[in-house]
Design a protein around this ligand. Structure first.
Ligand code: NAD
Length: 305
């Protein structure tokens, strides 16, 4: 069997066509969605990620606010910047590019972002929302994976899903989202003993470990759906400089029923879901503005956000 390719680039493009209509509809109501991206320091990879996000905003008709702060910016100043953006009605989404310089406490900064504008989905309120199944903004990468899975027409309920990687931004939220859809979910991580013993049982295998070549064909069940979240730049060997995932794509595609390529699988979806969350935020703000009673819309905790 040769797996069918789950084309993240194509799905992303298709979703962005739909965004145009939503942006036009918001414009009719006098709203232009706005996303603020804060970069502290000059990490080269972060600069590329931020550049991609700003470019996606431009392509989709979303106004972007790029706030570049020097690496030695005191935490208090970063918090003051966030407070200003929280209060700015032109800004519907705020994200702070991670990692942050060591003198800045990431949780303090993430918790300072209004839950109404937390389009990355990293605020504790949104993280907690994943547990009970009513998050306002799902985190972008797992959200994108969920849509990619949907394109295969597979109902995940009752399926054995194995998530390899347990980070706060990918593995854990991914597992919670699929548990919410009634999958039987196993989470593996660096301390898991005999990884293959778990992965071989997976109807759906999602890999986000950041280890090239981690998943080889012997670890994959015949006919499994394989989603490769990993993005690794090879540093040596004949393919030095090449971007690869965590899965041995050429080998595993002969066993899987569906597989995502790297690049062109999960990667393009992450930025697209960020724009989706920003549009959703702008639409939500508009609805709240139109509602007579704010309380009808939100739990009281959100009034402080
Ligand atoms: P992380 O380093 O925060 O977490 C990695 C996780 O993998 C940890 O839970 C760790 O325990 C686990 N792990 C490491 N080695 C392992 C092993 N040998 N066996 C089993 N588990 C192992 O990384 P992250 O931020 O979650 O990112 C993971 C990968 O996904 C990276 O390659 C990253 O670049 C990529 N990523 C891609 C996107 C995208 O848009 N496609 C978004 C975020 C992250």
């Amino acid at each position: 069997m040769t797996a069918q390719i789950i084309d993240g680039k194509a799905l992303s493009k298709q979703l962005r066509v739909g965004f145009r209509e939503r942006v036009d509809h918001l414009a009719d109501q006098g709203v232009q969605p706005g996303l603020a991206v804060i970069l502290v320091g000059d990490n080269p990879a972060s600069r590329v990620y931020v550049g991609n996000k700003i470019k996606a905003c431009e392509e989709c008709g979303v106004r972007s606010f790029h706030i570049a702060l020097p690496a030695d910016t005191p935490q208090a100043e970063v918090l003051a910047t966030i407070a200003r953006l929280n209060a700015d009605p032109a800004v519907h989404g705020i994200l702070i590019q991670l990692p942050l310089p060591p003198h800045i406490e990431p949780r303090a900064v993430l918790e300072a972002i209004s839950v109404h504008k937390d389009v990355d989905g990293f605020h504790l309120y949104n993280v907690g929302g994943l547990v009970v199944g009513n998050t306002i903004f799902p985190p972008c990468t797992p959200y994108g994976v969920q849509l990619l899975l949907d394109t295969t027409g597979t109902d995940v309920a009752g399926k054995n899903v194995v998530v390899v990687g347990a980070s706060n931004i990918v593995g854990k939220p991914m597992a919670l989202m699929l548990l919410q859809r009634e999958a039987t979910v196993t989470i593996c991580h660096a301390k898991t003993r005999d990884l293959a013993q778990h992965t071989i049982l997976a109807d759906i295998l999602i890999v986000a470990a950041g280890k090239p070549g981690l998943i080889v064909p012997q670890m994959v069940k015949q006919g499994a759906i394989v989603i490769d979240v990993g993005i690794n730049r090879l540093t040596d060997g004949p393919n030095a400089g090449k971007i690869v995932g965590d899965v041995d794509f050429d080998g595993v595609k002969e066993k899987a029923s569906w597989i995502t390529p790297v690049p062109g699988g999960v990667g393009p979806m992450t930025v697209t879901m960020l724009i989706e969350n920003t549009l959703r935020s702008a639409e939500r703000t508009l609805r709240m503005r139109q509602a007579d009673d704010f309380q009808e819309w939100e739990a009281p905790i959100l009034k402080n956000g």
